[in-house]
Design a binder for this molecule. Structure first.
Ligand code: AMP
Length: 401
């Protein structure tokens, strides 16, 4: 095993904690874990290392701290604990305060707290996780890496909603965007793959997972993105509707006897691919069903691809030109079907598809999938948010790599 310093990357939800120990030099994950049902009596944590997977019940108060203590015990078993040099924390919302990743101190914790209003489900869980990790890894530097930070370069014309100004100045109602860590990684990787400087590229990157968004990245900076104040805006997603007429809220209140909370839950959890297909939020399941004649599944995939293609055009406007459209995320990296459908709408921008190259660029393989010699390029570049968090953490912790 190498002697490179290792980074522990943590991503905490309200009842879950995901962890990974990475070697930032070669990107290898040496140990990973997922704790589930935190706060409940049947909380447990699953560890994966050296090809072995096992589950441990979490006793005590079943808290995030108990999970981090169990992780520390497992690290000791693998003789990894003394090699961990810093801890990187994924934080969903950094508001306008955080434009970059940052070392965590008391002021940073207070600022993450002030962003709770913008991410009421996520930020409190991150704070719990950071406190738990600070208690167990007390001597190590801790770094926060924000999903929103990359999008803070958006110009005002892209991030403001056309609503009364005081909604912005008093309540922070504006577009923030998400998946920023993924976009930063994929923009860098795309430049590396093409052998070009990030600062000379106009990219449109589509991060298509169960949550999905698309971003215009010009010269390495976000110029516009499809998610807004919350992750509900923009593309069709696994269970989220993406863009809708906001009057649907009052319409459903009056006609379907639903309240705000019920409508919000419906748009977040029962819509998107799931709502349209009446079958599943999972792209692979829908592709199989569509191939077997399921009309709802086919419609869901068509709406998904059409909305996405329209957004590619919009993001091209934000950049002013287009060198490459990049697909990433579970769907972007694997669904030849979706990529083909999206690109079939985009001949108007000069985009094309090479069918063999499309089939080859799957399951973690990067590749150019547009026709040889044609521009703009279409590419597949696998994302790796954990590695990006680990790299930021190593850099801010001052580790020489
Ligand atoms: P993520 O949230 O990035 O893990 O992406 C999850 C989505 O990727 C789900 O909709 C999966 O169905 C989709 N996905 C993963 N593998 C494939 C595949 N081979 N073909 C089509 N979709 C896939």
């Amino acid at each position: 095993m190498s002697n490179h310093p290792l980074i522990l990357v943590l991503n905490c939800g309200s009842s879950s904690l995901k962890g990974a120990v990475l070697d930032v030099v070669n990107g290898k994950v040496l140990l990973s874990c997922v704790a589930e049902k935190l706060g409940f009596a049947d909380a447990f944590i699953t560890f994966k290392a050296d090809g072995d997977k096992h589950k441990v019940a979490l006793g005590g108060d079943h808290s995030h701290t108990v999970a981090v203590e169990a992780l520390m015990a497992e690290l000791k078993v693998h003789h990894l604990h003394h090699k961990i040099a810093a801890v990187g924390h994924r934080v969903v919302h950094g508001g306008e305060r955080f434009t970059h990743s940052t070392l965590i101190d008391d002021q940073v914790m207070r600022d993450i707290e002030t962003c709770i209003v913008l991410a009421p489900l996520h930020n409190p869980a991150h704070i719990l996780g950071i406190r738990a990790a600070q208690a167990v890894f007390a001597d190590l530097p801790h770094v926060a890496v924000f999903d929103t930070a990359f999008h803070q370069t958006m110009p005002e014309q892209a991030y403001r909603y056309a609503v009364p100004t005081e909604l912005y100045t008093q309540y922070g109602v504006r577009r923030y965007g998400m998946h920023g860590t993924s976009y930063r990684f994929v923009a860098q990787e795309t430049a590396r793959f093409l052998g070009r400087a990030e600062t000379e590229l106009a990219l449109v990157i589509a991060h298509l997972g169960n949550g999905a968004s698309i971003t215009a990245v010009l010269n390495g900076q976000s110029r516009d993105t499809s998610m807004g104040l919350t992750p509900l805006e923009g593309l069709v997603m696994g269970t989220r509707s993406g863009d809708i007429d906001p009057s649907i809220f009052s319409f459903l209140q009056e006609n379907a006897n639903l309240d705000m909370a019920e409508i919000t839950a419906m748009l977040n959890h029962k819509s998107g691919l799931l709502g349209l297909s009446d079958l599943s939020n999972d792209c692979r399941t829908l592709e199989e069903a569509a191939a077997n004649g399921h009309k709802g599944a086919l419609l869901a995939l068509e709406v998904f691809a059409y909305r996405l293609a329209k957004y590619v055009a919009a993001m091209t406007v934000a950049n002013g030109r287009l060198d490459a459209l990049v697909f990433t995320g579970g769907i972007g990296e694997n669904s030849t079907f979706v990529r083909e459908k999206v690109l079939s709408h985009l001949a108007v921008l000069g985009l094309s598809i090479d069918h063999d190259a499309n089939l080859a660029a799957c399951f973690g393989r990067a590749g150019i999938i547009s026709q040889p010699g044609k521009t703009p390029l279409a590419l597949v570049i696998p994302t790796n948010e954990e590695l990006m968090i680990a790299q930021d953490t190593a850099q801010l912790a001052g580790l020489s790599i």
